[in-house]
Design a protein around this ligand. Structure first.
Ligand code: GAR
Length: 188
């Protein structure tokens, strides 16, 4: 059984979807560590309630990104982590992290990449007026929301939907697609 770390910065609904899939036996893996770059983020309590170890840090407490990434790598290694799932971790990774887990780091992004990279992808897509939106899961490289695409799922935007309804649709897809995709990767 593969050991996974989930990296997050915020609410943690994707973390919960992955953890639920593990608990339900749908994903044959173990989340041994949650890494959070924002002390106080709601995802911390969600992980602790499930008895999962959390490494929460403030990047400002370190001289540079490679410094805190070396600390993350040490924590991941101590927890036997083999795969890393970024779930709303809003930070680029440096070569230190990418080399330590080469081809073993994936990310979920709330758009059909390569469209609408970066922050507030859903807002960007609404602003542009696209009629088909979706979710992408991809390998992580040094670029923002770049890296080889693993899975995508699209949906048609209904004309009467407001932003909240569109967000709800994106998140509903994410919460199914991320555990399903991780299954194909870590159980192979
Ligand atoms: C998700 O919608 C995820 O796709 C997005 O952040 C949200 C995190 O929600 N990630 C990005 O935009 C990455 N560029 P969550 O904390 O509830 O899982």
């Amino acid at each position: 059984m593969k050991r996974i770390a989930v990296f997050a910065s915020g609410t943690g609904t994707n973390f919960e979807a992955i953890a639920d899939a593990v608990e339900a036996g749908q994903l044959n893996a173990e989340i041994t560590l949650v890494v959070v770059d924002k002390p106080g983020a709601p995802v911390i309590e969600k992980a602790q309630k499930r008895g999962i170890d959390v490494f929460a840090f403030n990047p400002k407490d370190y001289p540079s990104k490679p410094d805190y990434e070396r600390e993350i790598i040490a924590r991941c290694q101590a927890h036997g982590v083999e795969w890393i799932a970024l779930a709303g971790y809003m930070r680029l990774l440096s070569p230190v992290m990418l080399e330590a887990y080469d081809q073993r780091i994936v990310n979920i992004h709330p758009s059909l990449l390569p469209a609408f990279k970066g922050k507030d992808a859903i807002g960007q897509a609404i602003e542009y007026g696209v009629k088909v939106m979706g979710v992408t899961i991809h390998y992580v490289d040094a670029s923002m929301d770049g890296g080889r695409i693993i899975a995508q799922r699209a949906f048609a935007v209904q004309p009467q939907w407001n932003k909240e309804e569109i967000e709800a649709q994106v998140h509903a897809i994410e919460h199914v697609l991320y555990p399903e995709t991780l299954k194909t990767l870590v159980e192979e």
